[in-house]
Design a protein around this ligand. Sequence first.
Ligand SMILES: Cc1cc2nc3c(=O)[nH]c(=O)nc-3n(C[C@H](O)[C@H](O)[C@H](O)COP(=O)(O)OP(=O)(O)OC[C@H]3O[C@@H](n4cnc5c(N)ncnc54)[C@H](O)[C@@H]3O)c2cc1C
Length: 416
Amino acid sequence: MATAVHEEAVQEEAVQGKEPDQGRERAARWTELQDTARDLARRFEARSQEAYDAGEFVAQNIRDLVDSGITAVNVPRDMGGFEATLEENTRLLRIIAGGCGSTAFTLAIHAVLTGSMRSDLSVAVRERMFGAVRDGAFIVGPFTDEGSGGNWVRPSTTARRVPDGFVLDGLKHFATGYDAATHLVVTAGLDDDHLEPPFNLAAFFVEKPEAGAGIEVASRWSGFALPMTGSHSLKLDSLRVEADDSVFPDGLTPLFVMARQQWGHYCFAAVFLGLAERAYELAVERTRGRSTTAVADLARLPGIQFAVARMRSSLATMDALLTEYATRHVDPGEDLPAFVADTCVPKYYITNEAEHVVATAFEVIGGSGIREGSRIGQIWRDVKAGPLLPFTNDMAREFIGKATLGISPVETPRWV
Ligand SMILES: Cc1cc2nc3c(=O)[nH]c(=O)nc-3n(C[C@H](O)[C@H](O)[C@H](O)COP(=O)(O)OP(=O)(O)OC[C@H]3O[C@@H](n4cnc5c(N)ncnc54)[C@H](O)[C@@H]3O)c2cc1C
């Protein structure tokens, strides 16, 4: 399908009088990027054999992604970049997740930040951000605070105004990929009296400070799911940022963030779809031609055939859904809350449905899946994180339900 889409793009460029060579060059680069991602996914899967149970951070994998140019795919065309579409980002994340969920999720945050921030940034931040990404920067996004949970548009981290900048204090609950970060997009609440939450939300693009210079790891990550993401908690202690580091105009950050929710929702969904796709492959590989003392060919059992059919149909549905949304539901339009509700649909459906596919694959593979170091065991653990990531199930259901019934999601009281 992706190839057809790209051939169409080449033809469209020819019709519009653009250089068809540019389209062909881009299509060739896109094929190369996907091949590279497949090679890397195989390498990452092999590395997981050693590192998963120890929960070691995927630092080498991130270095490989930087070296391969995959972390730079969102650099805008006017800065010499590939300017990957949202749909292309989801394709790469699905491939990488097939090899390692932790790496794909860590990359997803960088992809969301770089992909969603190509427009509407101040010129200074845009040039700084994409110049750095082109040269190998890796960006992480500690948004969630200990005191906010998933309600990170209402941060408990504070940003106090000082001459020429701000001073940030607070406890960031998760900073996935922090060890590999060169830069951070960090959120906080401005202390201006006239800005009521969530309109006091602000985001800052900063170089990763030296350890001890206003930021330190408060507790190191060790997780049941996605254990290799290095999602440490960070203490911000009088972290000084410049006024020019502010990503969006004061008071407007929540609106800019809502208008970019498609990136978070579709890229996260892609990671969990990629995990489910790999689980399915493993179940098929494990079953084909396998015999026991009682059964000459496990693939001939109706239970196995039905399970495979269920997984395949479910994956095809998720693939179609994500492709549809990542290509046709990317423009916020006029009605922002309705758009956000729309973007919740594939995130909600895919992260939950992926769990069902992985559970079915686990059953098909059988008891060997529980053995230490099994790939399906890793996937089974990783896929549990999907519904917990923003928007969580409850928040997604609220947005979708209210939009459908014509109730504003910001109306108070919320429920009566
Ligand atoms: C492996 C991993 C890595 C992560 N990495 C990052 C990262 O790099 N950066 C980052 O910013 N965050 C990160 N997160 C945090 C993630 O964004 C949060 O898990 C998510 O926002 C939910 O917050 P919480 O887990 O604190 O749950 P809570 O927000 O405390 O939610 C607990 C329960 O209450 C419900 N709930 C809470 N508030 C509401 C509400 N307003 N309406 C309805 N229901 C509600 C939730 O649905 C859930 O069922 C990571 C999480 C994980 C698991």
